[in-house]
Design a protein around this ligand. Sequence first.
Ligand SMILES: [Zn+2]
Ligand SMILES: [Zn+2]
Length: 150
Amino acid sequence: MMTVTLTCKNCGSAIDVVPTKDATKVECSVCQHQMDVQFNDEHLQGILKDCPCCGRKDFYSQKDFNRKLGVMLFVIAAILSIWTYGISFIVLYLFDLILFKKLGLIAVCYKCQTIFRKVTNIKEIHGFNHEMNDRIVYSDHDFGGKPLDH
Ligand SMILES: [Zn+2]
Ligand SMILES: [Zn+2]
């Protein structure tokens, strides 16, 4: 089942939602701000074509990487390296390799930053494109799901 993580427009908190047909409003647990969502049959099957929040069709995929955890592990390895003569960095490197392989891909909406996990058609979604991002975010351009090709 696809999971959707919305960003609250009011306070910026993450709101997790599982797509259901009758979910039309999502409430932020922090500030009680309500947002409209529109799920269709494709969403229920984990297919991402239209954004349930903003209706756009432009998404990018990226590794589901937890940046905070990465930084924390690096700091721990740096401290430990004093006693282990750098061995902790090798351990961290191996750990990173295993961890990174296990990470899945997530899809993110360019327009509203909603995050989608367990997307079945993730292979159809391209990586992050700076030009597309700038045009969608700053000039409100709608690519309609067609990636920019150069
Ligand atoms: Zn909120
Ligand atoms: Zn969106």
